[in-house]
Design a protein around this ligand. Structure first.
Ligand code: NG1
Ligand code: MG
Length: 515
């Protein structure tokens, strides 16, 4: 079907080889057929009109800097969220029915459209994560955007293969897939950019003060490419090839099997980190330029007088932060009283400005550690991206890079070093690792990875490791022997295959028709 690259592609079931790696195509066709069958038994006398599909992602580098406005570099996985959808032809029917193939864990639910303003109620209870909330959020976001007052009734069945709480972005894949499904069911033809921006806003309705990396990766990724995403001055996603060296490089994902449900821990982890980076932006903006900055990217823009981020700008800011917060008590974070003094705001002003939109709880707010991480990590993304670009260039005739780099070993090691530095910084400055992740990273490095780091928000979930393709098997065996066997001796073969696997850059979202 002819479609510009501005829109999510529409494929027939017979051409899903465009989405999935060659070895997976048969299994994925079977999965789609099983989904259609189950749909017919869950909703008797109905058949799905289409399937919306949005993948999870693994972030290669650029952790916890998307919400600070800096660029990141993830790639899409083959693992995804499929939603089979039938649209009601009864004009009076405005009910949405949802079910999951894993009905044990995710109970069916349904709701009635509640008018153009409210659309559907979403109750976010602190510390509780409810699966159907993600559906409601994506649904609400799209209808709010479209301003429709007579949406279609929908019958939906969800099948997800992205592990939840693993830092592989199951939540965003779900919200993106719902946004796609809802827009198509209501005959709206939205661009990738619209779907992405609506999905980002929508996920915030679930209680997460999210950045935009995951949704952008899910919608915009292209097979065979990682995605370089910039957020400011406006969303910009550029596919980039990973260096092709010989033997080829590969990424292996290993799940620590410590589940991190970010919605549940948001007030002390994720949402708190977002606020700490905003507090630092406010302080640094005032100190350096006498201006109130929303995020750390704005501080960088004011410093450089352009929206382009360069190595030298980030180096300056990283150094500045070292000096600005050099007194020992400032290294240890600020209590609310100390914050009030530092920012020259009253405590109630701090509450109103920073602490009221999403609840957060902390004894001390770490402005030094968080801002230092953000500037340094943004720098690592630039360098990682540069290496990819240089190697792309070397493959089309510019031999300079390659000739000095026998077998691509230097390229390989440089990428690995950046990933290792990223993990250290996540652990020591951003405090978003955990003992199991640190242990897993060490085992991965001992097992032949040149770089290994936590991926996604952290506090559990997965690591991503860079190795040579011909080392995948022994590497996986090493990690199984040293991490999974001692810590999780009862895992089945299937559970192990789900916990540790090699991955290639996958395709972004799609709509599957012709069922
Ligand atoms: P995960 O762990 O995949 O949910 C989260 C955020 C990203 C980004 C990373 C940290 C959501 C939906 N995603 O990812 O925006 O900030 O953490 O780099 O909140
Ligand atoms: Mg998530």
């Amino acid at each position: 079907m002819a479609h510009s690259t501005n829109y999510v592609p529409i494929l027939s079931l017979s051409s899903i080889s465009e989405i999935y790696p060659p070895l997976d195509v048969n299994a994925q066709s079977d999965r789609c057929r099983a989904l259609i069958e189950t749909f017919r038994s869950v909703y008797p006398n109905r058949s799905p009109k289409f399937i919306s599909r949005a993948p999870g992602r693994v972030n290669l580098i650029g952790e916890h800097i998307d919400y600070a406005g800096f660029g990141v570099l993830p790639m899409a996985l083959s693992r995804d969220i499929l939603i089979a959808v039938d649209v009601s032809d009864d004009d009076e029917d405005r009910r949405v029915r949802i079910a999951n193939v894993n009905g044990e864990k995710y109970k069916p639910s349904s709701w009635e459209f509640e008018g153009k303003e409210k659309i559907v109620e979403i109750i976010v209870e602190e510390g509780v994560s409810v699966w159907c909330n993600y559906f409601r959020c994506g649904y609400k976001g799209i209808l709010q955007y479209l301003g429709i007052d007579n949406p279609k009734g929908m019958y939906c069945l969800v099948d997800g293969t992205v592990p939840s709480g693993a830092g592989l972005s199951s939540s965003s894949a779900f919200v993106c897939s719902v946004a796609l499904a809802t827009s198509l069911a209501n005959n709206a033809n939205l661009t990738k950019k619209q779907i992405t921006e609506i999905s980002i806003e929508s996920e915030r309705l679930c209680g997460m003060n999210t950045g935009g990396m995951d949704q952008t990766a899910s919608i915009f990724s292209q097979k065979g490419h990682a995605l370089y995403i910039q957020f400011l001055p406006s969303l910009n996603a550029t596919p980039v090839r990973l260096p092709s060296i010989d033997p080829p490089i590969a990424f292996v994902i290993a799940n620590s099997l410590v589940t991190a449900d970010k919605v549940v821990t948001a007030p002390i982890h994720y949402n708190l980190r977002v606020i700490e980076t905003k507090l630092a932006a406010y302080d640094l903006g005032k100190t350096l330029f006498g201006k109130e900055c929303e995020n750390l990217k704005q501080v960088c823009d004011l410093h450089s007088e352009t929206s382009e981020v360069k190595v030298s700008h980030l180096e300056f800011l990283s150094e500045f932060v070292e000096n600005h917060y050099s007194e020992p008590n400032k290294r240890e974070g600020h209590s609310l009283d100390e914050l009030a003094e530092l920012l020259n705001l009253s405590k109630s002003e701090i509450h109103a400005k920073f602490l009221s939109k999403f609840p957060v709880r902390a004894e001390r707010f770490h402005l030094y550690k968080r801002s230092k991480h953000v500037f340094d990590e943004a720098l690592r993304v630039l360098r990682f991206h540069e290496i990819c670009l240089a190697s792309e260039k070397s493959n089309v005739g510019d031999r300079e890079v390659k000739e000095n780099d026998v077998g691509g070993q230097e390229t390989f090691e440089n990428l690995g070093r950046l990933m290792n530095q990223s993990h250290e910084s996540c652990k020591k400055l951003f405090d978003c690792s955990c003992d199991e992740l640190d242990k897993l990273v060490r085992i991965c490095l001992d097992g032949g990875a040149v770089g290994s780091r936590l991926t996604g928000a952290g506090w559990g979930g997965c690591t991503v490791s860079l190795i040579r393709e011909d080392q995948i098997e022994p590497f996986i065996q090493h990690v199984i022997a040293n991490y999974y066997k001692p810590l999780f001796p009862h895992l089945t073969k299937k559970q192990l295959n789900d916990a540790i696997f090699a991955t290639r850059p996958g395709s972004g979202a799609a709509i599957i028709v012709g069922l």
